[in-house]
Design a binder for this molecule. Structure first.
Ligand code: RB5
Length: 147
């Protein structure tokens, strides 16, 4: 299952990604928000981040105006690696090198077509492992206060 979330600034991107997932029979859960009415982004980052960390979701997609606020919020959850992507190269590399578990995008930065492209790349690209696994282990060490 893919966990989806957004604030009002990311609503249109989230809906576009949702349509893509539906058309491709990819299971998802939409944690909201459900309209373009103004809301704060942190609660949606938390819902999606917790769904990923408790194993309900294999990964998440979060959208806000820039993708930045919602990524900062999601990254407060231990184990979350949420990456803001604006182009295909970053969407591929954040899976291959960072093993990102949440893709973040900005509705005031990219359009719906690009959001769907980035979501597809993110969902289909595996982690390279190897030396990158060592680097990710160091990120976890920071979370434990060891670095
Ligand atoms: C909301 O206006 C906006 O601040 C939010 O969507 C996001 O861009 C924050 O980083």
């Amino acid at each position: 299952m893919i966990a989806l979330g957004c604030d009002h600034g990311g609503y249109r991107l989230k809906e576009a990604v949702k349509k893509y997932l539906e058309e491709n029979q990819i299971e998802y859960h939409d944690y909201g928000t459900y309209s373009e009415e103004s809301v704060n982004y942190a609660p949606y980052a938390a819902k999606v981040g917790h769904a990923v960390m408790n194993g309900e979701a294999k990964c998440g997609i979060l959208c806000c105006g820039t993708g930045i606020g919602i990524s900062i919020a999601a990254n407060k959850i231990r184990g979350i690696r949420a990456a803001v992507c604006t182009n295909e190269f970053c969407a591929e590399m954040t899976r291959r090198h960072n093993d990102a578990n949440i893709l973040c995008m900005g509705g005031r930065v990219i359009d719906e077509d690009m959001a769907v492209k980035l979501a597809k790349i993110f969902l289909e690209t595996p982690f390279d492992g190897g030396r990158h696994a060592t680097r990710i282990a160091e990120i976890a060490a920071i979370e434990r206060g060891e670095l």
